[in-house]
Design a protein around this ligand. Sequence first.
Ligand code: FES
Ligand code: FES
Length: 163
Amino acid sequence: MTQPIDINLNVNGRDVRVSVEPRRSLADCLRHDLSLTGTHVGCEHGVCGACTVMIDGEAVRSCLVLAVQAEDRLVETVEGLATDDCLGVIQDEFRNNHALQCGFCTPGILMTAQSLLSAEPEASNDRIREVLSGHICRCTGYIPIVTAIAKARDRLSAASRDH
Ligand code: FES
Ligand code: FES
């Protein structure tokens, strides 16, 4: 067995130190070592998007990232989107627009949406659709999801204009 390595990362604003085998994926580290089970693992080869988290603000597939590659980086997972008892704006619009279609895909989709709207606050609906193409949903479709992200975009832009 390969010797574990101690790594430091910041997860959802909290500094953590964890001991991992060099080949452990970030997804497995989050789920099994840090008990952050909101990040899901589907295909395990970068296709379905279920495992999406953010590293330094950028959406990444945590099944394709080794935990050791996240050393000293800022990792954000779905557990970090809500503050206290208050849902984040994107989560709230998912609720308002019935976009939470299944609990397996939604966390990854939320993280992609969060990363998109942070980097591109005026992202068009076409751009939202393009980015969502990296998430495979086999249940119903994408229309409520696109609507929810577009509504969140509009709310966030209005809030930033008011400040
Ligand atoms: S589990 Fe990572 S992309 Fe499917
Ligand atoms: S949202 Fe998960 S299968 Fe459609």
